[in-house]
Design a protein around this ligand. Structure first.
Ligand code: FES
Length: 123
């Protein structure tokens, strides 16, 4: 019997993603080439497509620091819209109810893996 379960694909070492840090990588999302971003908040890693809901800009398009000064919210470097790190929910009234597109990832044994059926990392 052939398994249809997609194997977890390593993205990076856990050490590459410090607290309040980010790590960008390319993937295919629903067959389209996209950029994704990992962030770490309160020790936990989260993955998102690297695109703000305000405009089609990467969260780190202006500078690589993607957290606000409190360290509690992801902040788009273009116009400063903020997002809740665990859910990706936008905190701005202009984008009320919209969220970053979250990717399923898994972290174990010192590595962060992509485990999202919608996405793959090209060879
Ligand atoms: S493009 Fe991200 S806040 Fe405007």
């Amino acid at each position: 019997m052939v398994s249809t379960r997609r194997a977890a694909t390593p993205i990076c070492a856990s050490d590459s993603l410090p607290e309040h840090g980010s790590f960008t990588f390319r993937l295919l999302y629903r067959g389209e080439p996209r950029e994704a971003i990992l962030v770490r908040h309160r020790g936990r890693a989260y993955g998102y497509l690297n695109q703000c809901v305000h405009m089609p800009k990467a969260l780190d398009c202006e500078h690589c620091n993607v957290f606000d000064e409190t360290g509690e919210f992801i902040r788009c470097s273009m116009h400063g819209f903020t997002y809740e790190p665990a859910s990706g929910l936008c905190q701005s009234e202009i984008c009320a109810g919209k969220s970053l597109t979250q990717l399923k990832i898994d972290e174990r044994d010192g590595l962060i893996y992509l485990v999202d059926k919608r996405a793959s990392i090209p060879d």
